[in-house]
Design a protein around this ligand. Structure first.
Ligand code: CU
Length: 182
C-alpha cells in the first residue's frame, strides 16, 4: 500500500501542474470583449469591429477579417492594433447589407508570442435564417472556454522548457515528486 506521504506528493504534484497550467492559459491573448458583442442582432450596421484582448497584442501578427454567412470575405483586414491601447484590435467595415457576419480573428500575444484565434458572429437587420455562424444564446465564447487538459499540459511544459532558463528541473520536479525520487 502506498504511504500517505507518497499519496500527498502525487496530489501536490497534480495540483502544481494544474495551477501552473491555469496561470499559463491566462497569459494568452484571450478575447475578453467585442463590439459588436457575439450574437448581437443590430438594427444599424456597425462601422467597425473592435476586439479587446486580455493582454497586449503583437501588431504584426494579429489580424481580423469579416466574412458573411456564405463565408465570402467582406472586409479583408488585417485590422489595426491601436498603439495607444495595444489590447484593442480594430477592423473598419464597409457599409454592410442585412445578414449575418463573422469577425474571424487571430491574435499573437506580445508577451509570450502565443497565438490564439476565434470568431465573433453578429447580424445586421432581422436575424437571418442562416445563423449557423452564431453561437446559441448563452453559450460561452470560444475564446473563453477552457482548452483540453492535454493541450494545457503540452503548452505548459513547452512554455517552461522554452521560455525559462534552467526550467528543465522545474518541469521534471512534479514528476520526480510523484515517483518518490529525491
Ligand atoms: Cu501563452
Amino acid at each position: 500500500m502506498p504511504s500517505l506521504s507518497r499519496v500527498l506528493r502525487v496530489v501536490f504534484g497534480a495540483l502544481l501542474l494544474a495551477a501552473v497550467g491555469v496561470l499559463e492559459v491566462s497569459a494568452h491573448a484571450n478575447l475578453v470583449r467585442s463590439d459588436p458583442p457575439a450574437g448581437a442582432v443590430l438594427e444599424k450596421a456597425p462601422q467597425a469591429v473592435v476586439l479587446e484582448f486580455s493582454e497586449d497584442l503583437d501588431a504584426h501578427f494579429s489580424k481580423v477579417k469579416l466574412v458573411d454567412a456564405a463565408s465570402n470575405v467582406v472586409a479583408e483586414g488585417p485590422g489595426a492594433v491601436d498603439p495607444a491601447a495595444p489590447r484593442l484590435l480594430r477592423l473598419e467595415l464597409p457599409s454592410l447589407a442585412q445578414g449575418s457576419y463573422s469577425a474571424v480573428w487571430q491574435a499573437r500575444s506580445a508577451m509570450d508570442g502565443h497565438i490564439t484565434d476565434g470568431s465573433v458572429g453578429f447580424s445586421v437587420g432581422t436575424a437571418s435564417p442562416n445563423v449557423s455562424l452564431l453561437p446559441p444564446p448563452g453559450s460561452p465564447l470560444p475564446a473563453q472556454t477552457f482548452p483540453p487538459a492535454g493541450d494545457l499540459l503540452f503548452h505548459w511544459a513547452g512554455y517552461l522548457a522554452g521560455c525559462l532558463p534552467g526550467s528543465r528541473q522545474l518541469v521534471l520536479w512534479p514528476v520526480r515528486l510523484a515517483a518518490g525520487l529525491p
